[in-house]
Design a protein around this ligand. Structure first.
Ligand code: HEC
Ligand code: HEC
Length: 293
């Protein structure tokens, strides 16, 4: 009898210890995930306590204005991708969110606005960091890139007016590194902030219509946030080996990439997990919400 009691007590103790260790490890993992989220948000200039679900985008990302201006010129400069001479703008028209709806090297273009709130790039997330992405865009032949970027720098540098402006900001003039730095600064200035959803997240509850608020609830209930979360509702996760696109800035696009190109947002939904929504009122509300992003 005594022995049976002892065995029982020992088993109970072992169970308690095991559960305790599990709970402790679980709490440690959750704390690490939270710290990771806070650090990642901080790298995008967003202050967070790690618990918020949605964020207003910061109105500006601090960048050197002179660099951004030079980068804006390069974005439109054919000499950058010599000898093909395609400008960034030719594939990324800014009046349609940087999307031309065409395939290049088999790939659809992706949005330029809000790219600064991302650290994984391209359809498969294979590029890390904004400057690395810009370099890829300038040099990759799939995107009409330069055959020899050093040659492009030399050509642009031989333009006396441009070289003079460049030298004012970068003492060593038009170099490959400086061109990439300027383009990166320019992309950082392309932010869609201060829209209705930003104002809503900042506490102005009347910034969204009742229908849009209902759409936000549908968005949550259908677990769209499993993939489309973070500051730009996407763009920081890979799902099924594809980078989840950001939904912030959606209202500036005219073409969507999901199973696309598609010009009608409602035709994208059935391709999304949770996108098959029975109630037509819920579907309309969800579309109204997506339309304010
Ligand atoms: C010939 C067309 C073409 C040109 C020129 C071009 N791009 Fe792109 N860009 C693309 C395509 C296609 C993608 C999507 C690639 C993918 O999904 O793997 C893309 C993606 C991007 C993205 C978004 C990446 C992401 O994952 O969110 C940015 C930002 C970008 N390009 C900037 C630039 C800049 C800066 C230049 C000029 C140096 C440029 N692009 C020139 C076609 C082009
Ligand atoms: C399992 C992850 C996942 C979930 C959950 C998810 N999405 Fe997506 N979403 C993606 C991926 C990946 C793409 C890009 C697909 C592609 O490139 O073909 C995408 C693309 C989109 C696009 C097109 C964006 C553009 O600019 O082309 C929209 C809109 C969208 N999703 C909305 C939603 C909505 C609304 C829900 C919830 C009903 C949802 N998604 C749920 C992963 C997800």
């Amino acid at each position: 009898m005594k022995r049976a009691l002892l065995i029982l007590a020992a088993t109970a103790l072992a169970l308690c210890v095991t559960f305790g260790v599990y709970a402790y490890l679980d709490a440690r993992r959750a704390a690490a995930r939270k710290a990771d989220r806070i650090a990642r948000l901080e790298s995008f200039g967003i202050v967070s306590d790690g618990t918020e679900e949605f964020f207003p985008l910061p109105p500006v990302i601090p960048v050197d204005q002179a660099s951004a201006e030079l980068g804006g010129n390069l974005f439109r400069d054919r000499r950058l991708t010599a000898p093909k001479g395609r400008t960034c703008l030719s594939c990324h028209p800014l009046n349609t969110g940087g999307i031309d709806g065409k395939r290049h090297g088999g790939l659809l273009t992706r949005p330029v606005p809000n790219a600064a709130f991302t650290d994984i790039f391209l359809h498969d997330g294979s590029v890390t960091g904004l400057t690395a992405l810009v370099e890829r865009m300038v040099c990759d032949p799939r995107f009409g890139g330069a055959t020899n970027i050093g040659y492009s720098a030399a050509w642009i540098g031989s333009d006396i007016k441009f070289a003079y402006k460049f030298k004012k900001r970068y003492p060593d003039g038009v170099t490959v590194t400086n061109m990439l730095d300027a383009l990166t600064a320019y992309i950082k200035t392309r932010v869609t902030s201060n829209g209705p959803f930003d104002r809503y997240c900042a506490g102005h509850k009347d910034a969204l219509s009742k229908e849009q608020v209902r759409g936000l609830e549908v968005f949550r209930a259908q677990k769209c946030t499993d993939c489309h979360d973070g500051p730009v509702l996407g763009a920081w996760k890979i799902a099924d080996e594809r980078k989840v696109p950001a939904l912030r800035g959606l209202s500036t696009r005219k073409v969507y990439s999901a199973a696309g190109p598609r010009s009608d947002l409602s035709s994208v939904l059935p391709f999304m997990p949770g996108g098959d929504i029975e109630s037509s009122a819920d579907r309309v509300a969800l579309l109204a919400f997506l339309g304010c992003l």
